[in-house]
Ligand binder design. Structure first.
Ligand code: ADP
Ligand code: MG
Length: 696
């Protein structure tokens, strides 16, 4: 294959070194990179005579300035008259008069972007100018197309004084100079099977469509291509793990496993728990490294599943690591583990960032010598100083709180340990295919039998006294309550103040006779832990808190969750918070306080009152907020799409996945002639993500 000549952006007409720098900051280096910047809108390219047809729309016209009227006062609009051979029109141009004078000369030809307004009363058309660009050689070619594309100008580009139509022309120049270099990215069979355009046609049409219908058809091809390569990475990665790497073969499923199962559990495992334990044990026994995602709604009992795995690992002479997103959660898990391990004679340690140096040294030593069979901790686990003797099994709890690299680092602490990642964010299947497409998935789709549905209600300020009375009545019956305040990062200080202030009010004025505790993220973890323990031991009736209790806290006697300013939380987060109650046999309640004025947020919150199903809630959340928000910034680096839309393109994801896995199954090395395009495109564009993913 001949090497493709790449033109650097700086050499495209209209760019130059300064702007090239700005482009490079955006990751655009060669003229072919510019072709993947897709239009934000398409403006009909029309004549002045036809303008009346475009009432209230943005259009592009080309014409000559035949007259110009200076404003009477500075900063009033300059008036120009444009003629294009079919008719003439007047347009106002606001802004600095001095520049207007220089920009518009009678006799000059320009391309104008403006919005058309037809005034029926005056029987007149107005043309509100948005942007213009002097007509130059080469523009006539662009102006042959029925639609003119407009692209998003990022802040970085705006700094270089580039204007929309000028940017359009730059990309047009790039298209012209690089069209010949647009190589096909898929194979013929994949294209035919999925009814796609060839890549070059798709790119050209995406920028300069013939009809509006063209745009969606074309987008489908480009979106498919993006999704195909994401899935190809997944498929290759899955294959390389399955074939090349040799994992640990855990032979014994011994006595301790049975003893825990039969004697110390205190409850019967649900069918779903038994099923996933079986799936995981299957992986542990095989000598392929496990890479499994365990999905289960809040409260479905994932922790105990991990406990069983730790026993198996320990009995086979391997250490396990249990990584959690927060110190509180690590502490809680550590206690749960100790409860079981004490009975079974296993040794576990806790490792977090907040520990005293001396204590930490001892812990590290026990990890190094292998005395610590199970290590629970935060991301402190992946620090360099942590050295395992024989790490064979790792669990990552609340996986969505971690990034790919962190997962990779933990894994690298052992030699091909089995990896289980757990999440309570039940993501829609198609989305999980894009994010976790390389993992095997186990699902706990059943809650323990003793659970009652959490009753959820939406309340406003007017109901506040009633709500307090309700809480008081429940506490009299022996229950406990959480009251949660939002803390949003940007306004952390202010929010914290309000949480603390509310705590004072709750304590002094509302429930002076009850015992109230407060926890928030600014307190040292051991204080938080102390307060939570006191709450657990029923020394407190109410725990006032910020979202630090979002995950992991497990106190079955707490049955009331009052969430203040609920409209400020995302739905998935509300569901997580709500999951702190409903963990025992008593009826639990979740009360969402929201401003009565916010009708839209009330609409959004309504889903919470309608279902306890985390799956439905996350689907709604995804629709409302889009996948970027959904995964938070930590994950977004791995999800860069320009044409694809994860919400809209679910069916396309499945198709792309089927095709990609088929290609890899039939030709794992991508060596066949048929797949040469795919191989080439993969190596030039996706090698890096493969590297990243390989160690993940
Ligand atoms: P999550 O899946 O949200 O991490 P946990 O593992 O914290 O849930 O479990 C929630 C609670 O349910 C814990 O108190 C746990 O002991 C309890 N639990 C787990 N499995 C069962 C079961 N099969 N029957 C009854 N209670 C269970
Ligand atoms: Mg959990």
């Amino acid at each position: 294959m001949p090497a493709i000549k790449k033109t650097e952006i700086a050499y495209i007409k209209g760019v130059g070194p300064k702007r090239a720098e700005a482009f490079e900051k955006l990751g655009l280096k060669y003229s072919t990179d510019l072709l993947t910047v897709y239009p934000r809108l398409y403006l009909p390219n029309t004549t002045i005579r036809s303008l009346a047809k475009f009432h209230d729309q943005n259009v592009v016209i080309k014409g000559k300035i035949i007259d110009k009227f200076k404003p009477f006062k500075p900063n009033h609009p300059t008036r120009i008259v444009i003629f294009d051979g079919t008719a003439s029109i007047e347009s106002l141009m606001w802004g600095n008069t001095f520049y207007r004078e220089k920009q518009f000369k009678v006799g000059d030809e320009h391309i104008f972007w403006g919005k058309v307004a037809y005034n029926a009363y005056e029987r007149d058309i107005k043309f509100d100018m948005r942007d213009h660009k002097k007509f130059e050689t080469g523009d006539e070619e662009m102006m042959k197309y029925p639609f003119i594309p407009i692209y998003i100008l990022s802040e970085e580009l705006k700094k270089t004084w580039i204007k929309p139509l000028a940017f359009t022309k730059i990309i047009f120049n790039a298209l012209k100079s690089s069209a010949e270099n647009i190589a096909e990215v898929l194979s013929e069979p994949v294209r035919i099977a999925n009814d796609l355009l060839d890549h070059k046609t798709a790119v050209l049409k995406m920028h300069y469509p013939r009809t509006m219908e063209d745009i969606e058809i074309t987008r489908q091809t480009l979106a498919f291509e993006e999704l195909f390569y994401l899935q190809l990475v997944m498929a290759l990665r899955k294959r390389s793990i399955a074939s090349a790497e040799k994992g640990i073969h855990f032979e014994k499923i011994g006595e301790k496993f049975e003893i825990l199962f039969k004697e110390h559990l205190g409850f019967e495992l649900t069918g779903a728990q038994k099923k996933v334990i079986k799936e995981i044990l299957g992986d542990m026994r095989s000598n392929k490294p496990m890479n499994r995602l365990l999905q289960g709604d809040v409260g479905s009992g994932k922790t105990i599943v991990a406990v069983f795995c730790f026993l198996v690992a320990a009995e086979n002479g391997y250490q396990s690591a249990f990584m959690c997103p927060t110190e509180i959660l690590a502490e809680q898990h550590y206690k749960t583990l100790q409860y079981y391990f004490d009975k079974l004679g296993l040794n576990s340690v806790l490792l977090t960032g907040g520990q005293k140096k001396k204590h930490r040294e001892t812990v590290l030593e026990e990890i190094r010598t292998g005395k610590a069979q199970v290590v629970v901790g935060t991301h402190a686990l992946i620090q360099e100083s942590v050295d395992f003797k024989s790490l064979g099994f790792t669990v990552i709890d609340e996986q969505h709180k971690f990034g790919v690299m962190q997962r990779a680092k933990l894994k690298a602490k052992g030699s091909n340990p089995d990896v289980l990642v757990m999440t309570a964010t039940p993501i829609p299947r198609t989305l999980s295919l894009t994010v976790y497409g390389d993992l095997d998935v186990s699902v706990i789709d059943e809650l323990p039998k003793n659970r009652k549905n959490i009753k959820t209600a939406l309340r406003g300020e007017a109901d506040r006294l009633k709500v307090y009375k309700f809480i008081r009545d429940e506490i009299k019956k022996g229950r406990q309550a959480y009251i949660v305040y939002p803390i949003i990062e940007e306004s952390e200080k202010l929010d914290l103040k309000s949480a603390v202030k509310h705590f004072e009010i709750i304590k002094e004025d509302i429930f002076p006779d009850l015992k109230i505790g407060l926890v928030h993220g600014r307190l040292p973890w051991y204080e938080i832990d102390e307060t939570i323990e006191a709450f657990k031991d029923k020394k407190l009736d109410i725990l006032v808190s910020t979202t630090v209790i979002e995950v992991g806290i497990d106190i079955p006697n707490a049955t009331i969750m009052l969430i203040e300013e609920a409209q400020r939380f995302g739905l998935s987060q509300l569901h997580q918070l709500r999951g702190r109650v409903g963990r025992g046999a008593e009826q639990s309640y979740c009360i969402l306080m929201a401003e009565s004025s916010g009708e839209i947020s009330a609409e959004r919150l309504k889903i919470m009152t309608e279902t306890n199903d985390g799956f439905k809630i996350s689907e709604t959340d995804l629709k409302l907020r889009g996948p970027g928000e959904f995964f938070g910034t930590r994950q977004s680096g791995t999800l860069k799409f320009t044409a694809a839309d994860l919400v809209k393109d679910m069916p396309l994801i499945e198709k792309a996945r089927d095709s990609a896995f088929k290609v890899v199954n039939e030709d794992p090395q991508l060596r066949s002639h048929e797949n040469s395009n795919i191989r080439e495109h993969f190596l030039t564009n996706y090698r890096e993500s493969m590297e990243l993913i390989k160690i993940a």
